[in-house]
Write a protein that binds this ligand. Structure first.
Ligand code: NI
Length: 171
C-alpha cells in the first residue's frame, strides 16, 4: 500500500527507531508498504520512519553496487534489510551529492566514510551483508541514518541547512 512520505522537518524523522525483535506479519506488511511507496514515488532507498513507522527496516537498491556505464540500463534491485548495522571498511572521506524523499527539492554534498558494509537480515531472518563504496556506500549510510533520527540535512553545514529551511518556509 502506498503511504505518504514524511517531509522534513516532521518530528518523527528525528526519532530513534526500535529494533525489530521478531519478523512477523506487521514487519512484512511494513516492508511491502515501503516498497510500494518507493517504487511509486521513485528513488534508490527508503527507511521505515519515512512512512511514519519507527522500526529498524530499510530498503536499498543493490543494483547500485554494479558499475553503471553510460547508456547501459541496470534494472533496480530492491532489498529489504531488517536491523541494519553499518561497519566502516575505509574511513577515507567520500563526497556525494545527496537527496532524500523526505527533503524534496534539495540536494547537497555530504562527506561520509568511503567504504562500508551493511549487515542485517532479510524478511526470512537470514543474515544479509552488502558492501559498497562511492554512491552505493553513501546510500547504505544514508538509509541507516534515518533509523537514528538523522537526515542528510543534519550532515551539512549550518549555513546550507538554514538556506534550505528558509526556502521551505517561503512555500
Ligand atoms: Ni533519505
Amino acid at each position: 500500500m502506498l503511504r505518504p512520505v514524511l517531509q522534513y522537518p516532521d518530528p518523527r524523522l528525528f526519532k530513534i527507531s526500535e529494533p525489530v525483535a521478531e519478523i512477523d506479519d506487521s514487519v512484512r506488511e511494513l516492508a511491502q508498504d515501503m516498497l510500494d511507496t518507493l517504487t511509486t514515488v521513485g528513488g534508490v532507498g527508503i527507511a521505515a520512519p519515512q512512512i511514519g513507522v519507527l522500526r529498524r527496516v530499510v530498503i536499498v537498491d543493490v543494483s547500485l553496487m554494479e558499475p553503471h556505464e553510460e547508456g547501459k540500463e541496470i534494472p533496480q534491485d530492491f532489498r529489504v534489510v531488517v536491523n541494519p548495522v553499518i561497519t566502516v571498511l575505509d574511513p577515507a572521506k567520500h563526497v556525494e551529492n545527496e537527496g532524500c524523499l523526505s527533503v524534496p527539492g534539495f540536494r547537497a554534498k555530504v562527506a561520509r566514510p568511503k567504504r562500508v558494509a551493511m549487515d542485517g537480515t532479510d524478511l526470512d531472518g537470514n543474515p544479509v551483508r552488502f558492501e559498497g563504496e562511492g554512491y552505493f556506500g553513501a546510500c547504505l549510510q544514508h538509509e541507516t541514518d534515518h533509523l537514528d533520527g538523522k537526515t542528510f540535512v543534519d550532515r551539512i553545514s549550518y549555513l546550507k541547512r538554514s538556506m534550505y529551511e528558509k526556502k521551505m518556509k517561503k512555500k
